[in-house]
Each structure stands twice: as C-alpha cells, then as structure tokens.
Design a protein around this ligand. Structure first.
Ligand code: NAD
Length: 412
C-alpha cells in the first residue's frame, strides 16, 4: 500500500551553511527542491555555491556531467511560501531560535497541503514545542543533518511525542535515498549525538582547568583513535557559536567550564575561520599548529579560578572522556531516546569520528565488560562526585551479567 506521505517534491527554508548541504543531498537523491530564505541574496549565493560544488565533483569524477546537470535542474529558488503549497516535505534550517522556528512552522502549516511533512534541522531545540504550533503534530519531526550536510553520512531523525510511524517510515526512506546513515532518536536536549558530546566535552574542559592542556587532551583522544580531539573539533565548528548562544540567552557566561572558551572568543579566536582558536592556522591551511599563547591563557584562567593545577596523565584523559560518553549513552538507552545501543554506536561512528575498529562507544563498553565499566565509574564517582553516578541501567545490566547490546526499546 502506498504511503500517503510519500515524498516526490521537497523544499528547504534557509540558505546558510546547513541549507546548502541539505539542498545538495535532496537533489542528489533525485528530488526536485524549492529553496526559500528571507534574504533573497542568500539563495542566490547558495545557488552559486552548490553550482561550484557540482562542478568540483564533476572535475574529480565523483559524478558525471549529466548527473550534475540533472541535479542543477532540480533546484529552484522561490520568493514566498505560496510557492511551496504542493511540496511533500519541507526541511527548515534557519537560525537556532525556537520562536523563529515556531513562526515559520505556523506559516508552513497554514500554507502547505495537508499531507506535507514539516521537518526541522534544529541541533537541540524541543521538537514537540515546534510541533505544538501546528495542526499536524503527527507530521512534524526533526531531520538533524551534520555539517557539511552533503558530506556527512549521519542523519538523526527525531521523533516527537506525536510523530506518526508512517511519517517516520517516509523520513527513513528519504534518508536512504540521500545515502545517509539514518538513526531514529527521541526528543531530548541534544538528541543522541550532541547530548553525549556535551558530557564528553564537559569532561575535556574540566581536565583543562585541572592541569591538562588542549593539545595534550586532543592527542590523548586521537591516540585512542578518535578522528579529532574535542578542542580541534571546536576550532572546526567555531568556538563562537556556543559563546554567542550564551550571550543571547543571557545565561551560562559565568560557568567555570566555559571560561577558556570565553577568553578565546574575547580575543576573536573563534577557530579555523578566524585563523586562530585553540590552535593557530597558517593562511589558507587547516593544519592545527600548537600555540603557546593558548597554553598560557589556560594557566591564567585556572589561576583566576583558584585551581591548583596538577599533572594529568593521558590515561586519565581517555578514561574520563570515554566513560562520560558511555554513561550518558547508557542514560539515553534507559530513557528510550535510542532504540538500542547499536543506534548510539552508529551515531558516534558516522557523525563524531569514533574509531570504526572499536565498533562505537557502547560496543567498546560491552567489550570491556559492564562489571569493569561500573567499577571504573564508581571509582570516578568517589574521586570527583555525583555527576559520575553510574546510569541505573548499567548497574542493572552488570548485576545480571548482560550487555548494552541486549537492550531493546529501553528493556533488556
Ligand atoms: P546559518 O546562519 O548559516 O543560516 C541560516 C539561514 O537562515 C540564513 O541564510 C538566514 O538568512 C536564514 N533565515 C533566517 N531567518 C529566516 C526566516 N525567517 N525565513 C527564512 N530564512 C531565514 O545557519 P546554519 O549553520 O545553516 O544553521 C541552521 C540550523 O541548522 C540551525 O538550527 C542550527 O542549529 C542547525 N545545525 C547547524 C549545524 C552546523 O554545524 N552549522 C549542524 C547541525 C544543525
């Protein structure tokens, strides 16, 4: 039986970094795409950029000229919502602001045909709060792409409280057509990937204040096999994104853990885009060069916070950052945000550069043995406090001699 929500024609709202990659992915999947931004210049610039991407792909023989021409012909800029009335799927990728997204969803709901699916590319906002402003919450979901969206394989599909199974099926199908590794996640702050990342990054930041330096943290984790340590990753993503968000929200600026980031941003050290962040970059190069000024700044910040720095071993860095991932992953599983541990591993392998040979953070934990993982978490809890309390799922599985891989839909 055909699905009433089948997607023949798509639209993208927002022609910034993410909108561009999403348009390329949809067009490569063979879907006609209408493209809208409230700044018409942004669509023009976006069209020029994707034109360039396809020309490069032809030059590198990744796609043929005929395929590039066909993709180009599928994408059309539009001026207003009325032109989107007949699309089957719209993906919104405007600024990360709930009120703005809600406004757009209200307009989409009022303008698009009743079977259209409305998706948001939000990185962390509440999908249910977005769905709630529409009269079709069962057709609202998150489609969380990773940057650059036409390159990164991972697609988190966020099911809201009321998203219907038929709509999820269609989203999974669109994910497949785009060649993505699609993982369904429940609705919580940061979903699967960014929620785990937050715990991991918090630990990396604590280690800086306790005695480690950015290059040491990155090298220790890269030595474990991660594609990129957390501070190199921040330089790629832009240290300023979270800093601006803290300023806009008017909260979080005073937290000790973000003081190094705040100090870097105050010096306009935003990362690769400004030629310096946690590292230095030669003009036009992406090679992260050690910068003693950053080490000095880390020492200054820890001193200002009254911390007595100590020698931190590489093993401690790996232990704390990895176990932070595992413990948060176990909570995500327990809360049924992920259907199984394999989905969590797919997120980390395809979106966060976890070493493929280890199978993902959950598979790594299973292979260590959950009894051993639990003992290591309890040791950290004794040393550093309650935030290391092991997830109750880990306690139970360890007692029952089971693995994270035995859990399905929150139950083992
Ligand atoms: P961006 O700033 O590069 O682009 C946003 C675009 O939205 C701009 O072109 C702007 O003109 C347009 N816009 C703003 N208000 C609009 C409106 N009312 N109507 C139509 N268009 C409007 O932002 P981005 O980095 O592409 O991020 C977009 C979304 O994707 C955000 O929700 C962000 O959290 C999410 N996201 C970003 C990344 C990333 O790495 N950049 C990764 C995953 C998800």
């Amino acid at each position: 039986m055909s699905n009433p929500f089948d997607v023949q024609q798509a639209a993208v709202i927002g022609a910034g970094t993410m909108g561009r990659g999403i348009v390329i992915s949809l067009a490569r999947a063979g879907l006609p795409v209408l493209w809208l931004d409230n700044d018409p210049q942004a669509v023009q610039a976006g069209l020029a950029m994707i034109e360039q991407t396809w020309a490069q792909q032809v030059a590198r023989e990744r796609i043929g000229q005929a395929e590039a021409d066909a993709c180009r012909a599928r994408v059309r800029g539009v001026q207003g919502y009325a032109e989107l009335a007949e699309v089957d799927l719209v993906i919104e990728a405007v600024y990360e602001n709930l009120a703005l997204k809600q406004d757009i969803f209200r307009t989409l709901d009022a303008t698009l045909k009743s079977t259209a699916i409305l998706a948001s590319n939000t990185s962390a906002l509440d999908i249910d709060a977005i769905a709630a402003v529409t009269r079709r919450p069962e057709q609202v979901l998150g489609l969380h792409f990773f940057s650059p969206a036409h390159v990164m394989k991972l697609l988190e599909i966020i099911r809201g409280e009321r998203t219907s199974p038929a709509v999820l099926d269609v989203a999974l199908d669109v994910g497949r057509r785009m060649g993505k590794e699609a993982v369904v996640a429940g609705n919580c702050h940061g979903f699967i990937g960014n929620r785990m990342l937050a715990s991991y990054v918090a630990e990396a930041r604590k280690l800086l204040l306790e005695g480690a330096l950015p290059r040491q943290v990155d090298q220790a984790l890269q030595g474990f096999g991660l594609a990129m340590g957390p501070f190199r990753m921040y330089d790629v993503v832009g240290i300023d994104l979270e800093w601006r968000a803290r300023q806009l929200a008017g909260q979080g600026m005073d937290a000790p853990l973000v003081q190094v980031d705040n100090a870097l941003c105050a010096l306009q050290r935003f990362g690769q885009k400004s030629g310096q962040g946690y590292y230095r970059y030669a003009p036009g190069s992406r090679e992260a060069l050690h910068d003693p000024e950053v080490d000095a700044l880390v020492l200054e910040v820890s001193q200002a916070l009254g911390v007595r720095r100590r020698e931190v071993a590489d093993e401690e860095i790996v232990e704390r950052c990895l176990l932070a991932l595992v413990n948060e992953g176990a909570k995500i599983l327990e809360e049924n945000i992920a259907a199984n541990s394999y989905d969590i591993d797919r997120v980390y392998l395809n979106g966060y550069g976890f070493p493929a040979a280890l199978g993902g953070p959950m598979a790594w934990a299973d292979n260590q043995g959950l009894g051993a993982i639990l003992a290591r978490l309890e040791r950290l809890q004794g040393l550093f406090g309650e935030h290391w309390r092991p997830a109750s799922l880990l306690v139970r599985l360890a007692a029952e001699g089971k693995r994270l891989a035995d859990v399905r839909e929150g139950r083992a």
